[in-house]
Write a protein of this length. Structure first.
Lengths: 184, 212
């Protein structure tokens, strides 16, 4: 399950050993290299198009776990199996929790949807992910209105729906997102 | 948050654990017998003829079996506690106490007349055994779970279950000094049942407390 050349993985051993001795530069280099490896790991392992799932989120979760459990690595041991064991554990964990997580703060969502030109407080991929979690008509309508900034009548023409149906789909889409990603 | 921001933030905290107490597993393992003993003495205490009985094989075997279970479970725990340790290579450790107990049972079945076997197996302290071993094992289990939560077990429920096994081992070790039933038939009948209580408790607690 090693997606990186072994020389790179061996360099990680050295970096982490120096990091644990207090070398911040080495730690930053270690985390950056590890993130690149983990990104490939996460992208290859994770089911695509699954609602509420994001490769970058998983990478960050693994990095946090690596950070909080870094004392369980012993200098002299290879880092790679240790890193992959943590990655695997967090991936399984994330997969289990998939769909039941708080992804986006609902108030930040409201701002983005009310005024598409407002400074977004949620980053683009969060919005994309939220919209992608909807199905069919709702997804098309929410995406046209909030992400592309089209008007209701424009959207209705394009999707061959009545304006009333567009409004209904928009509101139902938003409340579905709120339900899925909102605070309890 | 962007991953690069996260990396920048984490890299400022490179040195391992400035705050937070990490209880090493070996220390927890060393304290476990003292803890079990501290619960055992006021609660039960050794039976009056404990010292004199040390000359009988059946009595001594109880300690060997329980001690072996404790040691074997700890050996497995050490591998389960950290990521990427080959814990499967150590599963055979658990066969040692099991094989010893089965051998003792086999010998007992040969030397004890058939009509006495049932009496020996049922004994007179089954209920005590089922209550005392989990009771004395519980604080040890908590101690081990705490030490394990400082590590990074990637199989939380299994790790908790093996911690239950270890706590049952050390608890049974002391209970053996109290219990007047020495026959391997009794030990094989009731000790594993009491052990299962701790294993189940450990698995449940582990799947909750050992997540990270």
């Amino acid at each position: 399950m090693s997606p990186a050349p072994s020389s790179k993985l061996q360099a990680l051993d050295d970096l982490l050993a120096r990091a644990l001795a207090g070398d911040e530069k080495a730690y930053r280099a270690f985390l950056t290299d590890a993130a690149a490896i983990l990104r490939r790991f996460a992208a290859s392992r994770m089911p695509h198009h699954s609602a509420g799932f994001d490769v970058e989120d998983l990478v960050q979760e693994i990095l946090l776990a690596v950070h909080s459990k870094r004392h369980t690595w012993r200098p002299g041991e290879p880092v790679a199996p240790w890193l992959f064991a943590i990655a695997r554990y967090k991936a399984i964990d994330a997969y289990r929790r998939r769909g039941r997580r708080i992804e986006i703060d609902i108030e930040a969502m409201g701002d983005v949807f009310e005024d598409p030109s407002a400074t977004p407080t949620a980053v683009a991929h969060d919005v994309g992910r939220a919209v992608a979690s909807l199905g069919g008509r709702q997804q098309a309508v929410v995406s046209a209105l909030s992400v592309e900034g089209k008007s209701i009548s424009e959207t209705a023409r394009e999707l061959d729906m009545s304006e009333g149906a567009v409004r209904v789909a928009f509101h139902r889409g938003l409340s579905a997102i709120a339900k899925k990603f909102g605070n309890k | 948050m962007q991953t690069n921001d996260l990396i920048a933030e984490l890299s400022g905290r490179a040195a391992p654990r400035n705050g937070g107490f990490v209880l090493p597993l070996w220390l927890a393992a060393a304290v476990a017998p003292l803890l079990a003993f501290a619960v055992f003495m006021p609660l039960l205490g050794p039976r009056p003829d404990a010292i004199a009985s040390l000359t009988t094989l059946r009595f001594v075997m109880k300690f060997v079996e329980a001690g072996l279970l404790f040691a074997a479970a700890l050996g497995l725990l050490a591998a389960l506690a950290r990521p990427a340790r080959p814990w499967r290579d150590r599963l055979w450790l658990l066969l040692c106490p099991a094989a010893l107990l089965l051998t003792a049972v086999a010998v007992e079945l040969v030397v004890v007349p058939a009509d006495l076997r049932e009496v020996r197996a049922i004994g007179g302290n089954a209920m005590n055994c089922l209550i005392a071993i989990p009771t004395m094992g519980a604080p040890v289990l908590l101690l081990l779970l705490f030490a394990l939560s400082c590590q990074a077990p990637t199989r939380p429920a299994l790790t908790g279950a093996v911690a239950g096994l270890a706590s049952a081992g050390i608890s049974a070790f002391f209970y053996a000094a109290h219990c007047p039933d020495d026959s391997p038939l009794f030990v094989a009948m009731w000790y594993p049942m009491a052990t299962l209580v701790l294993v189940a408790a450990g698995a449940c607690a582990g799947s909750r407390l050992l997540r990270w």
